[in-house]
Design a binder for this molecule. Structure first.
Ligand code: PEP
Ligand code: MG
Length: 592
């Protein structure tokens, strides 16, 4: 169970406990992304002042327009026209005559403050559009919401802040960050982040690791506790955020930061050594990437190849879809730079907590159980085939593997393979070269797939276990909800049994099986994972050296015994206690 959330120390130091999302310690200044929640007053307006309200509204529109134009220009200059297009769509919302005249008409009729009237009209639009059968209209919801908030902030005089305005190094504090926010963070001065919501395996948390900045999520009240420029410490190792730290706390953390950095440097010495146990069992230790720009970090941390390339990030922060050629270049570049190792390219996994401003994913009540990943790709073979063609073409230049996300049963897998076969035939007809022996695998992240993995194993060359989803579906615990994070237990016996089933079924069919969920980087459980027989572990690049350190300090024989014992236990707590005790036996000074 989580301990007390918030405690006040001497002076005005506030210590908040959240969920560690990415390791490391940052001491800096806070940059709250939104100053405060918008409060919309319901004020009556005297008849004689209606015209003033209309003028105020028009001024807010003009100001919003110039803000959006400025951002459009900046993004276009820095990142190209493609990425700037989203702001073109925002301008179209501003120019929507029907919406704006409805606000003015209602303002005259109701005689209430314009911000209140405006938000009522906007909410009505959002409600209607969300339910529309027309895909194009549903897709406009996020544009309208974004622009609406901006107009509202201008009406209320509150400053809308964005990462673009960040001129100095700072700790970003936000209620939540979308994967598209985090995708551009590497270009900004973000040295850490802290959010109110989110779980350990939310995509915001995963992205923090690839940015190599400390992060804590699920703090619940960090946005309301912090002010602009407050001194702040983000302790991504323990999941703590300290606001207005005392001199004593700052000193303590300065020391700790130095110690941690030294430890990390020390681990990098393992870079060129194999992930081999004391009794000679070697396992493939690979890394996960979100963007091709993460490849240098994979190499720097000594991972052997890429066990998961989350390609959906290429589809974010833009209004159009990446073309076949653009994808081909990205996959080819990644394949060449990781050569001679291989790279598992996961086909598009949209949905869940990875929403795009694009048109593909309409509003859903349960997005993690909805139109996601392979379900979406099978419904949109045009998009799927474009991606498969690009991967196949790139496979001629390096060692690529294809992996389908969210497979829930054999029909889906066969359908995906049939589409792949069609694409291969098309390429062959045109004499376009590709790796004819390219390995195709399935992610096992849905319990139905785990339990039928004996059947699925006949159709693929490998499995990779996506524990982030597998755990949430098996234990019925939303992976992004911090309120139930205590129930999100990778060590739960149900999870271990599913992993064992998958591994045994894969090996019976002589295919290899890896794990690419965050559990693969949970060093407390490394021994058990090894003992369960996994052939590959793939984790965020920065975690790779720590996992390697554990593997090199244990015996495979012991790991097998620990795994067997763990499978006989009845709670996650018992499994974790066993794992920690055995790890401490192997590495007495380890902090777990
Ligand atoms: C997983 O579910 O474990 C996984 C690796 O995929 P993602 O986190 O992208 O859903
Ligand atoms: Mg997944």
């Amino acid at each position: 169970m989580r301990k007390s959330k918030k405690s006040k120390h001497k002076s005005n130091e506030i210590v908040l406990k959240g969920i560690p999302a990415a390791p490391g310690i940052t001491i800096g200044r806070a940059y709250p992304l939104y100053d405060e929640e918008i409060r919309i007053p319901r004020r009556r307006i005297r008849e004689g002042l209606v015209q003033d309200e209309i003028i105020r509204f028009k001024k807010a529109l003009a100001r919003t327009r110039s803000e959006i134009l400025a951002i459009h220009k900046k993004i276009a200059d820095e990142m190209g026209m493609e990425k700037a297009r989203i702001f073109g769509a925002h301008l179209m919302v501003l120019e929507d005559e029907v919406l704006m005249s409805e606000v003015i008409a209602k303002l005259k009729k109701d005689r209430l403050a314009v911000e209140y009237v405006f938000w009522q009209v906007l909410e009505k639009y959002i409600r209607v559009l969300s339910k529309s059968d027309d895909e194009y209209l549903r897709e406009r919801v996020s544009d309208i919401t974004d622009v609406g908030r901006r107009i509202l902030k201008n009406l209320l005089g509150a400053k809308h802040r964005s990462l673009d305005e960040l001129k100095e190094k700072a700790v970003v504090v936000a209620y939540d960050l979308s994967p598209s926010d985090t995708a551009v963070m590497h270009r900004r001065n973000v040295i850490a982040f802290a959010t109110d919501i989110g779980g350990r395996t939310s995509h915001t948390a995963i992205m923090a690791k690839s940015l190599e900045i400390p992060a804590v999520v699920g703090l619940e009240t960090v946005t309301s506790s912090v002010r602009n420029n407050s001194a702040i410490i983000v302790d991504g190792n323990r999941g703590l955020t300290i606001i207005n730290p005392s001199r004593h706390t700052i000193k303590k953390y300065q020391l700790e930061k130095k110690r941690f950095e030294k430890f990390e440097k020390h681990l990098l010495k393992l870079k060129n050594l194999p992930a081999k146990t004391l009794d000679g069992k070697e396992i493939d230790l690979a890394a996960n990437i979100e963007l091709p720009t993460d490849v240098p970090s994979v190499l720097a941390h000594g991972a052997k190849g890429i066990g998961l390339y989350r390609t959906e990030y290429m589809y974010m922060n833009r209004k159009d879809l990446p073309s076949e050629d653009e994808q081909f270049k990205a996959y080819k570049g990644a394949a060449l730079s990781i050569s001679p190792h291989s790279i598992v390219v996961r086909t598009l996994d949209l949905g869940g907590d990875k929403f795009l401003s694009q048109f593909e994913v309409p509003y859903e009540m349960n997005p993690f159980l909805g139109w996601r990943a392979i379900r979406f790709c099978l419904a949109r073979p045009d998009i799927f085939k474009t991606q498969l063609r690009a991967i196949l073409r790139a496979s001629h230049y390096g060692k690529l593997k294809i992996m389908y996300p969210m497979i829930s049963g054999i029909e889906e897998l066969k359908q995906a393979n049939a589409i792949l076969k069609e694409v291969k035939e098309e390429l062959e007809k045109k004499s376009i070269p590709f790796d004819k022996a390219i390995e195709v695998g399935a992610m096992i992240e849905v319990p139905s797939a785990a339990l039928t993995s004996d059947v699925l194993a006949k159709e693929v060359k490998f499995f990779s276990i996506g524990t982030n989803d597998l755990i949430q579906y098996a234990l019925a615990v939303d992976r992004v909800n911090e309120k139930i994070a205590y129930l999100y237990e990778p060590a739960h016996p149900a999870v271990l049994r599913l992993i064992k089933t998958i591994v045994d079924n894969a090996h019976r069919e002589n295919i290899w099986v890896g794990m690419c969920g965050e559990m693969a980087g949970d060093i407390t459980l490394t021994m058990i994972l090894l003992g369960l027989g996994l052939d590959e572990l793939s984790t965020s690049p920065i975690i790779v050296p720590e996992v390697k350190r554990i593997i090199r300090a244990i015996k495979y024989e012991d790991a097998r015994k620990v795994a067997e014992k763990a499978l006989s236990l009845s709670t996650g707590g018992e499994v974790e206690a066993l794992a920690k005790a055995k790890l401490k036996e192997a590495i007495p000074h380890i902090a777990v």
